[in-house]
Write a protein that binds this ligand. Sequence first.
Ligand code: GLU
Length: 488
Amino acid sequence: MEVEKQVRVRSAPSPTGDPHLGTAYNALFNYVFARAHQGKFILRIEDTDRERSTAESETRIISSLKWLGLQWDEGPDVGGPYGPYRQSERSETYREHAQKLIDSGHAYRCFCTKERLAEVRIEREKAKLTPGYDGFCRTLTPETIQDNLNRGLPFVVRLKIPETGATRFQDQLRGEIVFENSQLQDQVLLKADGFPTYHLANVVDDHLMKISHVIRAEEWISSTPLHALLYEAFGWEPPEFIHLPLLRNLDKSKMSKRKNPVSITYYQRQGFLPETLLNFLALQGWSMPNDEEIFSIDDMIQNFTLDRISLGGPVFDLKKLLRFNGIYIRKLNSAELRQRLVESSIQRQIARMNDAQYLERAALLFQERLKSLSDFDSAAHFLFTGAQAYNIRELVPKGKNLNQTKSALFAAMEAFRPVKDWTTTSLEQKSRDFCEEIKWSTNEFFMFLRIIITGSTQSPPLFETMAVLGKEECIARLQDGLAALQLS
Ligand code: GLU
């Protein structure tokens, strides 16, 4: 593909959880594309989902991307000429644009209540129609609309999708993609609270931020006809669209946390080097002209062309990633290796040891068991280190198989994640309830949990230990244990 216009690309993560491997993958391709074309790489935070977005998630996403070295030219933390780069700070812009579409007849106010929408859903299901809105408010008279507004009725703004015909767009990797308009629905652009939906905010920002190429995950292809219609409605030229191949689990299914660790934090705490992870992510969608598998991001930038993106896509094989990491570790000289060890584990151990409050709680856990002070060194080691080394044979309880153990551990992780009160009593109660749910005896499950949390079959009382370690570390260890089972 000829690239003529100034290249401006963006990563647009939604800060609604752990920094995801998919975010790193997407940022990598955008970063490389920008560098390969002397363009700009922009980070935009898409936090329009007010219920699920958190500042903590944004901070973690930003620090994970920085850890990977994917530095952006414009973004919420560094500013730039087209800011603000956080969508929650741009509400007024979206409202103005929604109004423009209403004025030009491309969008309309919809006053339908939740109850009515629920009825429509049931009716359409019965009639075997595609799910969606029935267009009731498309034809409201100006008088009714004014009357509803005067009465202060809440409304959303919907896009008026043409009833017939088809919408087409070019995907730079897949060619022309066509959607029948009858399959699309009058999407909500502005919610009743005045906040935009992803579609409106995304298109308005891509235009105002002069994004030349939208490089994003395959799962957004089905939203693109809607975006194409929005560009048309605004009278704007759309950007080029490039939908990257999916990241896949070992069994080729779309990557999911049930089958693969997906949080960047996992890879960071496990001591993967950022350059290994980037190289490996690059290989999930792209290959070097000489098919060399080990390459740097600079090599990728030098050699990058879209036609080497392969849609078939390999699978994300953790064992192979570990092998790659070994290769990268052996490339380091002694000073570099020391530095990496300091950054990845030694710093955190020192910080924990210097935390008087933490150390005191740790000491109390062991007071009953110490014959001499020196016992503390080896017994309490697990309270200061991060990822533990697991013995898989020890990890799978007798009478359970690997799959049952994996499912139980995944479920445990999901069960503990929402716990707010991370205290001995509430953790014990939660664990007992959980045993009933999954029908494991408390003996079985508590021992299993003990090994995951402490790396050993012997430890101080489990729930007190978990309370001292803290929620973040415990959840991370559950994830570590799950990955160890997945790797086995
Ligand atoms: N906020 C969307 C996401 O989280 C961005 C999708 C896009 O790049 O358009 O993936």
